[in-house]
Design a binder for this molecule. Structure first.
Ligand SMILES: C[S@@+](CC[C@H](N)C(=O)[O-])C[C@H]1O[C@@H](n2cnc3c(N)ncnc32)[C@H](O)[C@@H]1O
Ligand code: SF4
Length: 453
């Protein structure tokens, strides 16, 4: 396994969308095209399956030096109210465009740190959203909580407006690692917020762990997994540390390159970590994610309903996902659009009644076919191109690109179908890359993606 990881560990997309963001075509995209494709998709799907909402809450009190998320560090909490007002105004712009009340099936509050905001402000945000929308009867609402600042009041306030799932950033429990990433976070804090969520009635608690962090060793990873096991979160993310120091302003230069584990040590952390997670009762769900059998994500995987979008893996699919807040990405199924990243510009545009997008992509027929294969592979580890609908002319080239992986036992071809073997699952990003015709037509000139493993 180690040799295969060494062979296939190259920069590659995480495929939360296809086409991936660097390959969006600005020439065929416009604000009007975004609005009309979104409206069409909404009319087709809202009554049937509802929509998903992602709300980006970008503030954090303190900077973690490993973090690749879009955030603004401040201790001033007077930013909360104006930001929420702007998000609600943006939501109104969308609701006016859509014409009838959206039925919200999935909602996720991400960040930054949603629990930077006070429980009262979070409730005001959610109540404001539902002045203009309806909750689907089987809605799934989740949020990201920081173990250092999530309180029982936060958990209760969000529970009262329909949230039943929470994910906490844990990363690693070792103090030396925590110091290097500027994130001191004792086990007791994680234990407290995990137990508090359960007591209040949350049905799914998730923890994020990372391997490959500065000063992290295999022992640290194993210890963190065992501590995690003692709290029995329903879901777990086991992320590879994405070292993307070329992204502007993400503060990743808070430690030296020499402090990172070697490629070999990182591979070992991944392999042994995965083994240990399985041993302690977690099943692998797609890429980077694990869940207990009782969790809805696991059940969706078994029933074939698992879906992947900009929020990561989700238990069901909606055709429309609207992203609110600075830097958020929306997906109408026929098109993508991203909001401006600067908080000042975001506010300025919304204040002037402009939906604050600055780039996007309208999917072509070919894009839709390839997206289908990539989603099949990411969510079900298999795909087929038996019908005209899923056939595309470059399939023979895809087969050529996968030849070596087939020889290595990572994929198996049937008649008009492809299956990822158990050994091939860690290489899912590489396998999807074989289908990514845009990537092959124009290889990136600069480094755009993190390593695949
Ligand atoms: C927005 S944060 C979670 C909420 C909250 N801000 C916190 O830190 O607890 C989202 C998650 O992304 C993951 N993450 C952030 N930067 C990363 C990186 N460079 N590589 C891998 N995972 C990363 C972390 O696991 C983190 O918990
Ligand atoms: S990891 Fe979380 S708290 Fe830390 S900077 Fe990133 S978003 Fe903020």
């Amino acid at each position: 396994m180690s040799q295969l990881i060494q062979k296939y560990n190259i920069p590659g997309p995480r495929y939360t969308s296809y086409p991936t963001v660097p390959y969006w075509d600005q020439d065929t995209f416009s604000g009007d095209a975004w609005k009309s494709t979104l409206k069409k998709s909404f009319d087709e799907s809202n009554e049937k399956e509802g929509i998903s909402l992602y709300i980006h809450l970008p503030y954090c009190e303190s900077l973690c030096t490993f973090c690749g998320c879009h955030k603004r560090i401040t201790k001033r909490h007077d930013v909360e109210e104006p930001y929420i007002d702007t998000v609600l105004k943006e939501w109104k712009l969308y609701c006016d465009l859509l014409g009838s009340k959206p039925i919200v099936k999935e909602m996720h509050l991400g960040g930054g740190t949603p629990t930077f905001f006070s429980p009262e402000n979070l409730q005001r945000l959610i109540n404001g959203i539902f002045k203009l929308a309806l909750k689907a009867p089987d809605h799934e609402f989740s949020f990201e909580g920081h173990p250092n600042n999530t309180t029982k009041e936060h958990l209760q306030a969000l529970y009262d407006v329909g949230f039943r799932r929470v994910s906490y950033g844990v990363q690693d429990y070792n103090e030396k690692v925590q110091k290097a990433i500027h994130r001191l976070q004792p086990f007791e804090n994680v234990k407290y917020v995990t137990e508090a969520a359960r007591e209040i009635g949350y049905t799914s608690v998730s923890h994020d762990l990372i391997f490959g962090l500065p000063h992290q060793t295999l022992e640290h990873v194993e210890e963190s997994i065992l501590k995690t096991k003692s709290l029995r979160p329903d879901r777990l993310a086991f992320y590879s540390y994405a070292h993307v120091p070329w992204l502007k302003g993400n503060g990743q230069r808070g430690f030296k390159d020499e402090d990172l584990p070697s490629a070999k040590a990182k591979r070992k952390q991944y392999e042994e970590g995965k083994k240990l997670l399985t041993k302690v009762g977690y099943e692998e769900i797609g890429m980077d994610h694990f869940a207990l059998k009782s969790d809805s994500l696991h059940q969706s995987m078994v029933s074939g309903k698992l879906h992947r979008n900009f929020m990561g893996y989700t238990a069901s699919k909606t055709q429309v996902m609207i992203g609110l807040g600075a830097s958020s990405i929306s997906d109408s199924w026929y098109s993508f659009a991203q909001n401006v990243k600067s908080l000042e510009e975001y506010r300025h545009l919304v204040d002037n009644d402009v939906i604050p997008i600055y780039r996007g992509h309208i999917l072509t027929g070919e894009d839709m076919i390839i997206r289908k294969h990539i989603l099949n592979l990411m969510c079900r580890f298999k795909t087929s191109w038996g019908t005209d609908e899923t056939y595309f002319p470059e399939i023979s080239m895809v087969k050529d690109r996968l030849f070596e992986m087939e020889q290595d036992g990572l994929v198996a071809f049937g008649i008009d179908e492809l299956r990822v073997t158990t050994e091939g699952q860690p290489f899912i990003r590489n396998i999807c890359m074989a289908f990514d015709v845009l990537l092959h037509r124009k290889e990136p000139e600069t480094r755009l993606f993190s390593m695949t493993i």
